[in-house]
Design a protein around this ligand. Structure first.
Ligand code: TXA
Ligand code: MG
Length: 310
């Protein structure tokens, strides 16, 4: 008889055997594995071709397990209450005696943690007695996946299971905020910096220099491996043209992130559009100017990093 286990049961079975699986989240799909297991987490680095020095975000259902692994503080509790589960990750101090594998933290004493809101992954996390380390499910430096099919395109048969949760609602990665000392945003993402500042009544700055960079990793990230130029008024004919506002002309090389200049919608469509352009074999990409605020700043951040590909 065929394997009749439900997908969640299959997922638990594979994870318990120290395998990696694809998991849907509201931001992007993750490549999940038992964060307490060195065998399982080593596989993440191998599959993604990720430098070992680049630490992983760990995904929890709620505070119960988290409290065993991290020291929590007031800023964390305040943000957690408002934004979790949701598209934000927190950097906290790792507790001595935590079971988190050294692979996850690169032997450092800090941990990035997140509480994803996607119902399938929440259901899975609730049933596990360990948290899941899960970076975005793409080969290192390439475009993050926002559907099951994208994850398949990245890893093919190298992973045994991808849970299908439809297309990711936010479409860009979580905001990362360091809460160990004075709060600082290390990566722009699913929750706008302006919103966090209003809520905390602080002026939290974006400082991506403190995000861990691995030697030799280069600057390129989120890249379709196609040349890309920003702030373009009119693209060349053979170039894919990424737009945010509807134009009168209809052209085969036009790719709209939004037709109404809606930045949230544009962020959601960003990675999907880059993959589409790649599949259509364009050799170069031009992008219309996008206002550098809220989700516009997130989009510009990702496109800037993609534009380092030469
Ligand atoms: O939305 C997301 O956060 C997705 C989904 C799957 O949850 N995950 C994700 O993970 O984007 P990843 O590995 O692709 O990006 C995590 C970033 C990396 O740049 C890593 O260097 C940084 O977080 N990071 C992880 N642990 C850190 C730490 N302890 N301190 C500073 N940065 C850290
Ligand atoms: Mg990533």
């Amino acid at each position: 008889m065929k394997n009749k286990l439900s997908n969640i049961k299959k997922a638990i079975k594979y994870l318990n055997k120290n395998q990696c699986i694809g998991i849907p989240t509201e931001t992007v799909y993750g490549l999940g594995a038992n964060a307490y297991s060195s065998v399982a987490t080593a596989k993440i680095f191998k599959l993604k071709k990720r430098p070992k020095k680049n630490p992983l975000i760990v995904h929890y259902y709620d505070l119960k397990l988290l409290k065993k692994d991290c020291n929590i503080n007031n800023h964390f509790l305040k943000l957690y209450k408002k934004y979790s589960p949701g598209p934000i990750s927190y950097i906290l101090k790792l507790k001595q005696g935590s079971l988190i594998s050294k692979n996850v933290t690169n032997k450092k004493n800090t941990l990035a943690v997140r509480f994803p809101s996607h119902p399938i992954t929440r259901n899975l996390l609730k049933k596990l007695d360990y948290p899941l380390a899960a970076p975005s499910a793409n080969i290192s430096t390439k475009i993050s996946p926002v559907s099951k099919k994208d994850v398949q395109d990245e890893f093919g048969k190298k992973i045994s299971l991808i849970l299908d949760g439809g297309s990711s609602k936010i479409g860009v990665e979580s905001t990362i905020i360091n809460l160990i000392n004075k709060p600082q945003i290390l990566r722009l993402g699913g929750i706008a910096k302006e919103e966090i500042n209003q809520y905390l009544k602080l002026n939290v700055k974006f400082n991506n220099r403190s995000i861990i960079k691995s030697p030799g990793q280069g600057k390129t990230h989120y890249s379709p491996y196609i040349k890309l130029r920003l702030n373009v008024k009119n693209a060349n004919k053979n170039e894919a043209f990424i737009l945010i506002k509807k134009r009168k002309k209809i052209n085969k090389n036009y790719f709209y992130l939004s037709k109404k200049n809606n930045l949230k919608e544009a962020a959601k469509n960003l990675y999907k559009t880059l993959r589409k352009i790649k599949k259509r074999n364009f050799k170069s990409i031009a992008v219309e100017r996008i206002v550098n605020k809220g989700f516009g700043e997130v989009i510009n951040d990702r496109l800037k990093k993609a534009s380092y590909f030469k």
